[in-house]
Design a protein around this ligand. Structure first.
Ligand code: C2E
Ligand code: MG
Ligand code: MG
Ligand code: MG
Length: 299
């Protein structure tokens, strides 16, 4: 391409060349910078968790909260979509993921100690499953947590790991074993962003999972008949396979009314709660425990 400056055309075996243009170079520099900043941020504990409730579809009571990581960097709050891909590509996700899980598990125990019975969901990158044994990693981080957490007494059945379909695309014995080991502890597995991964549905019979979390794109426009039909079909499929169903991204009364007729188990979305800092979550959970509804139109 005539207007692209050729910085480097390094021969790498017969007939193979790498071309870098200016734009690619500046992008590579940005990624390298972000990578260094992430490394620094991990060491300096710049990451924090916010928690977004999942409510029971029938009662609107909070049953579960999802831990969502944020990066507090130079006074700004940076959202995960901006740094998770680089953390994954650089391998830093391993350490970040470990810390996120540990923090989320501590929060879960803190709430239980206060008499608040709630479950915790944590997102896990595909990359984390490929690169290590998550069950051993989880147990060893509990052991190394300075005795705050104890592997034997931990309420694993109150923990859900959210994985994405991309993890399940490749049939891997290793992965089935890995999920089974987590489930033996009592941990639940949810498939996040379901319906966006373009994968074969047959994985639903191969892999041991508990919950399907239907992606928010399926409920954005519930007046669209085709979209409504897809949502109905996914719920029916999940029911037939004995899986629980969460719908995420509920923002409006109309969307809520629509999913309320669909026999789903859990609902998550800005309509009920945005992701909250731990203190704010505590207040919401306490109010919830006293019987206050999460439904803003009933307050
Ligand atoms: P996700 O796991 O699907 O999380 C749901 C995302 O949708 C969150 O964005 C949440 O704030 C947002 N959301 C919730 N309700 C609504 C709604 O009603 N409307 C709209 N438009 N959005 C809603 P967030 O926190 O920016 O996270 C984005 C993604 O980053 C997550 O998607 C997850 O894939 C990833 N992520 C977050 N925390 C972690 C983490 O600790 N580890 C890993 N590996 N990934 C994480
Ligand atoms: Mg999630
Ligand atoms: Mg999702
Ligand atoms: Mg996602």
């Amino acid at each position: 391409c005539a207007d692209q400056a050729l910085y480097c055309a390094k021969e790498c075996g017969r007939n193979q060349f790498y071309f870098f243009n200016e734009q690619m170079q500046s992008e590579a520099e940005k990624v390298a910078e972000l990578c260094n900043a992430l490394q620094f941020a991990i060491e300096n504990r710049e990451f924090e968790l916010h928690y977004q409730p999942l409510v029971c579809a029938k009662t609107h009571r909070i049953l579960n909260v999802e831990a969502l990581v944020r990066w507090r960097h130079q006074g700004k709050l940076i959202m995960p979509d901006e740094f998770i891909p680089v953390a994954e590509a650089s391998g830093l996700i391993i350490e970040l993921g470990r810390r996120v899980r540990l923090e989320a598990m501590k929060t879960l125990l803190d709430f239980h100690a206060l008499g608040i019975d709630v479950s915790m969901s944590v997102n896990v990158s595909t990359f984390e499953f490929w690169s290590h044994d998550l069950q051993s990693c989880l147990i060893s981080s509990i052991i190394n947590s300075g005795n705050e957490l104890k592997p034997d007494g931990f309420p694993y059945h109150k923990l859900t790991l959210e994985i994405t379909e991309s993890l399940l695309m490749k049939e891997q014995v290793h992965l089935v074993n890995s999920l089974n080991k987590l489930r033996e502890l009592g941990i639940q597995i949810a498939i996040d962003d379901f319906g966006t991964g373009y994968s074969s549905l047959s994985y639903l019979k191969e892999f041991p999972v508990d919950t399907i979390k239907i992606d928010k794109s399926f409920i954005r426009d519930v007046q669209d008949q085709k979209q409504a039909a897809l949502l109905t079909a996914i719920v029916a499929l999940s029911r037939a396979l004995n899986l629980k169903v969460t719908v995420e991204g509920i923002e409006t009364c109309l969307q809520l009314a629509f999913v309320s007729e669909k026999n789903v188990d859990f609902i998550q979305g800005y309509f009920f709660h945005r992701p909250l800092e731990k203190d704010a979550l505590f207040e919401v959970l306490t109010a919830n425990l006293k019987g206050e509804s999460s439904n803003p139109s009933m307050l």
